[in-house]
Design a protein around this ligand. Structure first.
Ligand code: FES
Ligand code: FES
Length: 158
């Protein structure tokens, strides 16, 4: 039976009625109409569904929506507007860190959460942080380069 759920999504309070078995990913995509988080494997292996939950990257396909009751959720749609990309989004574009794009929302959310906790990472730190995000296209070199560049830009701006 559907039960009430309250989430803070991208700064906006959202009330919904969802089944107890619903994942946070399905809730975001089907109930909140936010389709930036992608459903790749739906079992925690690919990272395409990564969002921030109370500031921490989570694979939203593995999070029961009701366990996120009252949590603060940030999706790729909440990072920035098209007119003003976030530093991580901009760096992915400038450094060619994307091809087909399917994995990119998840990679950007992992990188964003990671840089909030480690603003001065090594390349090895970055590779570890995105270890759960699979990308079939880029070979990761430009992705890592983009995240390192975003980190440098964010440090310089502080
Ligand atoms: S869809 Fe969640 S980890 Fe692949
Ligand atoms: S850019 Fe295509 S899967 Fe990563």
């Amino acid at each position: 039976m559907k039960q009430p759920l309250q989430l803070q999504i991208n700064g906006e309070s959202r009330q919904m009625l969802v089944e107890p078995f619903y994942s946070l990913l399905d809730c975001l995509r089907d109930e909140a109409q936010l389709t930036g988080a992608k459903k790749g494997c739906d079992e925690g292996d690919c990272g395409a569904c990564t969002v921030l939950m109370d500031g921490q990257p989570v694979t939203s396909c593995l999070v029961l929506a009701h366990s996120a009751h009252h949590a603060d959720i940030t999706t790729i749609e909440g990072l920035a507007s098209v007119a003003a990309l976030s530093p991580v989004q901009r760096a992915f574009v400038e450094h060619g860190g994307l091809q087909c794009g399917f994995c990119i929302p998840g990679l950007i959310m992992s990188a964003t959460g990671f840089l909030q906790s480690n603003p001065n990472p090594t390349e090895e730190d970055v590779r570890f942080a995105i270890g759960g995000n699979l990308c079939r296209c880029t070979g990761y070199a430009r992705v890592v380069e983009a995240i390192m560049a975003a980190a440098a830009e964010m440090r310089a701006a502080q």
